[in-house]
Design a protein around this ligand. Structure first.
Ligand code: SAM
Length: 346
């Protein structure tokens, strides 16, 4: 055997094998409040102090903290009294609840929902469909009925999905010059993270968040302040109810939820409603045309398998759907971040 086979292959293998252990360490430290406590304490703390303040065992906490050090989520200093732990820049920025770029809610959605669904990945591949019945005992006939199987689950989903826009929202909204579009509908706009980015970058725009009634209610109550006059709301079902006329429709992480026939139904309806010269902006994670990656897109596509009716697609696949619905001048922009943008014009 060559030295590459001896050295590198086992490393890759064990790294993949341990992937979910790593996720769980990060989720657990977040859930227990380790990073928030260290932020509050404005300094380093011993494992005894952390365990006491968070109400855990010392033996468990010590191991969790050491593993976080190994993952560079915490730093450690050895003092005469023992080990003292502190947040790293990464955990301070992304894992504390109060940071403007916090991914805490996204991680909690992964920990409490995505993780359980992925337990049934083998079944999902066998069946070719999502696994709500096995994972949660609920029918998936109505996809968002299953996703929003309780108020709590819906709110966790909304916080979780919204978190990413504090990292990549600006990149997708700035991928094209959208300043000529003043009346914008964010279809399936959820908690409004992208709508906020949009009005902050384009001072002449107004954005209407169009979503299911119970989602709109929560967005109004918890996410968009009432004094924000440039964001308005529309309660409706974009498959069944009318879609009002606008200059631009944003579809962020919408088409990846649905099979091609549903995507066509929605895009055709949007094309009819769209003002001439207007457009549609798709925001999705794009697969390479040759399907070689990026890995995140492959992972998301499997996530769509276990949790939705859709999949991730290549730019050519999205262009085909847009063209068939009547859109033209299709442009694709890879942002270099997690989400990319495609603009089609009417
Ligand atoms: N665009 C948001 C984002 O990227 O953060 C949310 C994406 S989430 C995957 C899909 C969104 O579509 C949810 O907010 C959901 O409530 C909404 N949705 C699903 N079915 C819908 C329907 N039939 N009519 C209107 N909105 C719908």
């Amino acid at each position: 055997m060559s030295s590459t086979q001896d050295l590198v292959y086992p490393q890759i293998l064990f790294q993949y094998n341990n992937g979910f252990l790593v996720s769980k360490i990060m989720f657990t430290a977040c859930e227990l409040g380790v990073f928030d406590l260290l932020l509050e304490s404005e300094g380093s703390l011993s494992s005894d102090a952390i365990a006491e303040r968070l109400g855990t065992s010392v033996s468990g906490m010590e191991r969790l903290l050491d593993a976080c050090v190994g993952l560079k989520l915490l730093g450690v200093e050895m003092k005469s009294e023992g080990a003292f732990y502190r947040n790293t820049e990464l955990s301070k920025l992304y894992l504390t609840k109060s940071s403007p770029k916090s991914q805490y809610h996204n991680l909690m959605y992964y920990s409490k929902t995505v993780y359980l669904c992925w337990h049934y990945l083998t079944d999902a591949v066998r069946d070719g469909k999502n696994q709500y019945e096995r994972a949660f005992g609920v029918s998936s006939k109505d996809l968002f009925g299953a996703l929003y199987r309780s108020e709590e689950e819906m709110i966790t989903f909304m916080y979780g999905l919204n978190a990413i826009w504090s990292i990549c929202g600006r990149d997708v909204i700035a991928a094209f010059d959208l300043s000529s579009f003043t009346v914008i509908y964010d279809l399936g706009g959820c908690a409004g993270g992208l709508a906020q980015e949009c009005i902050s970058l384009y001072p002449n725009s107004t954005v209407t968040i169009y979503d299911l009634p119970k989602v709109v209610q929560v967005t109004k109550e918890r996410f968009v302040p009432p004094e924000e006059r440039r964001i308005t709301f529309h309660e409706g079902d974009f498959f069944k109810d009318p879609i009002p006329e606008a200059d631009l429709y944003i579809l962020a992480r919408i088409l990846h939820d649905w099979a091609d026939d549903k995507c066509m139904q929605l895009l055709t309806k949007i094309h009819k409603a769209c003002k001439p010269g207007g457009g549609v902006l798709l925001v999705e994670t794009l697969l390479n045309e040759d399907k070689t990656g990026p890995l995140e897109a492959h992972l998301f596509s499997l996530m769509m398998l276990v949790q939705t009716e859709g999949k991730e697609r290549t730019p050519a696949e999205y262009s085909k759907l847009l063209t068939a619905a009547g859109f033209r001048e299709i442009q694709v922009k890879k942002t270099g971040k997690l989400y990319d943008a495609i603009l089609g014009r009417k």
